[in-house]
Design a protein around this ligand. Structure first.
Ligand code: ATP
Ligand code: MG
Length: 422
């Protein structure tokens, strides 16, 4: 039988893992500088955690992996925010944590979409949520954190697109205007847009199929329906970004793929010409009603999620690489009947802090020396029956090409000294 990874999934092989670990380390370090704390929620949740009433997003309507053992219904998490807010409410963290509570998560997400470059069915997101305080400065700080991460990966070719969806009052007014406007065009819009028309007409503006539909151009603009409070809030977000020197473009068609956003929404896109429809590296926004939805108090939150496959791809295109750090410090070769002695000596060396590889096969001396070479170890310990009986071993240093006979008792010590003088 010849099995392959399921469509839209992939293996990260040992040669590739270093880049992932380095990316994860950089992200954690930067995030710690903003005092976010990690939260880990299950990879699946009650389906209702994601499929909320009236949600018109593709993610909820078409892309979920739902399974129904017995009479239960669970869904593999397609995104991180819902699980974090569910946990925030379940454990009443709004009562016990300092507000705003600041969380981050990193791990796999699952969406049943058509796989292509930058779009998988299992992919990895890093995301943050700042919950409990509503402030335009928090919105700006959140965007700054994301930009810092992009920068730390050596990426410079990105742009920030930002928009506001306004508060409930502004959005209701805009929604009604859109309904009136799109009503005569409904029969020429795609089937998804007919659904969006009923559930959330704002999302019609985000349609990838009808993007160039003639009616799109003259659709009403949200900026004309914003009340004063919403405009002022948005202005303050932009002022704070200006103050931090973060450049942005206001894009009044930006509505984002998820339905829970209010006020600030943003997307950070690659400006490289080849990134196409998968140009968005990270995206997020503010949400005013999720905490309440999951049974907590009325509290606002702000967050984003970065697609780590896209982030890493982009970083690699801009020159990100990590050195191979798998080299051994010491390679142990054994000759003749040395029994378990090589293993024991390797253990001792490891406990002394040396990265040690030991030959545990009965291969020829030549083959063993080849492996020693390939391990990158600067020191090779050669254990023969005779030397072993005398409590000794031969040690060869690849750098100065010197070979010495060393007492086993002083093996670690001698190599340590030798290392220092090299
Ligand atoms: P898109 O418009 O590309 O479908 P989205 O609006 O569905 O994105 P979000 O739900 O906001 O994306 O997720 C945040 C980020 O997660 C995206 O900007 C992207 O980097 C990444 N992402 C989303 N879906 C996928 C996927 N199927 N494969 C890889 N990365 C993804
Ligand atoms: Mg999507």
């Amino acid at each position: 039988m010849n099995y392959q990874t399921p469509r839209g999934t992939y293996d990260i092989l040992p040669d590739e893992i270093g880049a992932w670990q380095e990316m994860e380390n950089r992200i954690r370090k930067i995030t710690a500088g903003y005092r976010f704390r990690e939260i880990r929620t299950p990879y699946f949740e009650d389906t209702r955690v994601f499929a909320r009433e009236n949600d018109s997003s593709d993610m909820v309507n078409k892309e979920m992996y739902t399974f129904t053992p017995g009479s239960d219904s669970y869904t593999l998490r397609p995104e991180g925010t819902a699980g974090v807010i569910r946990a925030f409410d379940q454990h009443k963290l709004y009562g016990s944590m300092e507000l705003p509570a600041k969380f981050y998560y990193m791990g796999p997400m699952f969406r049943h979409e058509r796989p292509q470059k930058g779009r998988q069915r299992q992919f990895t997101q890093f995301g943050v949520e700042t919950i409990g305080v509503k402030s335009p400065l928090i919105d700006a700080e959140t965007i700054a954190l994301g930009i810092d991460i992009v920068r730390a990966m050596g990426i410079s070719s990105v742009k920030v697109l930002i928009n506001t969806l306004g508060d409930d009052e502004s959005r209701t007014a805009y929604r009604n205007a859109l309904k009136e406007y799109f009503a005569p065009h409904l029969d020429t819009l795609c089937a998804d847009c007919s659904r969006r028309y009923v559930q959330n007409p704002l999302r019609i503006l985000d349609c990838k199929v009808d993007h160039d539909h003639p009616a799109m151009k003259d659709a009403p603009r949200l900026s004309d329906y914003l009340n004063e409070e919403s405009s002022a809030y948005f202005r303050q977000v932009l002022d704070a970004l200006d103050a931090m020197g973060i450049e942005y473009e206001i894009d009044d068609r930006l509505v984002r793929g998820l339905d829970y956003y209010t006020h600030t929404v943003f997307e950070v896109q690659s400006t490289r010409p080849d990134s196409g429809a998968q140009a968005t590296v990270f995206a997020g926004g503010r949400y005013d009603h999720l905490v309440e939805y999951f049974g907590g108090p009325q509290m606002s939150g702000m967050g984003f999620a970065i697609g780590l496959e896209r982030l890493l791809n982009l970083a690699v295109e801009e020159g990100f690489s990590v050195p191979d750090t798998n080299n051994a410090d010491i390679y142990i070769i054994s000759l003749g009947n040395t029994g378990s002695a090589p293993l024991k000596i390797a253990e001792d060396l490891r406990h002394q802090g040396f990265v040690t590889e030991v030959n545990l096969t009965t291969r020829s001396l030549k083959a063993q020396f080849k492996s020693a070479d390939r391990s990158g170890a600067p020191f090779t310990v050669i254990l023969g029956e005779e030397e072993l009986a005398k409590g000794e071993a031969n040690v060869k240093c690849a750098k100065d090409k010197v070979q010495k006979t060393v007492s086993l008792e002083k093996l670690a010590e001698t190599i340590r000294e030798w290392e220092k003088n090299n």
